[in-house]
Design a protein around this ligand. Structure first.
Ligand SMILES: Nc1ncnc2c1ncn2[C@@H]1O[C@H](COP(=O)(O)OP(=O)(O)O)[C@@H](O)[C@H]1O
Ligand SMILES: [Mg+2]
Length: 259
């Protein structure tokens, strides 16, 4: 049985009068890794941004339907989106450290949030959690931009976990990285899985198969007017999606016949 941390029903997302995502219903398991896969433009990033109200920041974007986070309406008037983004962190495709020291990158969120505790300890713990401590412990004052791409991405993960989120959203976190850096991030995701809920958008089906517990397959469906809308096709245990999918479209996609 799934212990849901998110319960999404009839989610639609509009950019102006374009409905990019239509009627998505699914539940995300607590402390599981959930992968969102599907061809480019099917709405994966759009759906991911709904989980921490990042679409609020996009002019013209509108979210319809319901998302419960821990049983509470994430879009209720009284909910503070800033606090939501502390509890639900995000890691992007391109590593985006601040042009500051390694230390200050990780300390940034705890400082802004006025977190209690010794800042040095918080920074060390987050860097250790992101499997980066040993590589940077002697150069914490160095500029983060001098790190390799893979190290920068682990730093961004450290920055995300430093504020003790419950959920980490990752939008194609490895697509700018080489295979070795990618495998380090994948290992890290599995290590973090015991503690955090992770939702990852990935283009890489092997990656989804390797790291995730459950997989949601999206596609872009063309309506009568010829307009494309992102739809959820199938959602199941990852092993099942990649071995015996129920929907022909999923099977075609995972076997590389389209997308
Ligand atoms: N900020 C935006 N403004 C307008 N349209 C957008 C915006 N972001 C995404 N879209 C459109 O919404 C659809 C889904 O995009 P996206 O969620 O980025 O798909 P994916 O991540 O699966 O590639 C696409 O047609 C895309 O062009
Ligand atoms: Mg995307």
């Amino acid at each position: 049985m799934l212990d849901p941390i998110f319960e999404i029903s009839d989610l639609s997302v509009w950019y102006g009068d374009y409905q990019a995502v239509r009627d998505v219903t699914l539940q995300i398991g607590r402390r599981q890794i959930t992968a969102l896969i599907g061809p480019s433009g099917c709405g994966k990033s759009t759906v991911l941004r709904c989980f921490n109200r990042m679409n609020d920041l996009i002019p013209g974007a509108r979210v319809d339907g319901k998302i419960l986070f821990d049983g509470e309406d994430l879009y209720a008037d009284y909910v503070d989106p800033i606090e939501v983004r502390r509890r639900i962190g995000m890691v992007f495709q391109k590593p985006n450290p601040f042009p500051k020291s390694i230390y200050d990158n990780v300390a940034y969120g705890p400082r802004v949030n006025g977190m209690k505790g010794n800042l040095d300890d918080i920074v060390e713990k987050a860097l250790t959690g992101a499997a980066l401590w040993d590589e940077v412990k002697d150069k914490l004052k160095h500029n983060a931009l001098a790190l390799s791409g893979g190290q920068q991405q682990r730093l961004c993960i450290a920055r995300a976990i430093a504020v003790k989120p419950e959920v980490i959203l990752m939008d194609e976190p490895c697509s700018a990285l080489d295979p070795l850096a990618t495998s380090k991030i994948e290992d890290l995701m599995q290590t973090l899985a015991g503690e955090y809920t992770t939702i990852i958008v990935t283009h890489n089906m092997q990656q989804a198969a390797r790291v995730s517990d459950r997989t949601a397959f999206f596609t872009a469906e063309v309506d009568e007017q010829g307009v494309r809308h992102g739809r959820l096709v199938e959602y199941d245990n990852t092993s099942r999606i990649f071995s015996t999918p129920a929907d022909k479209r999923t099977e075609d996609y995972i076997s590389g016949r389209f997308g």
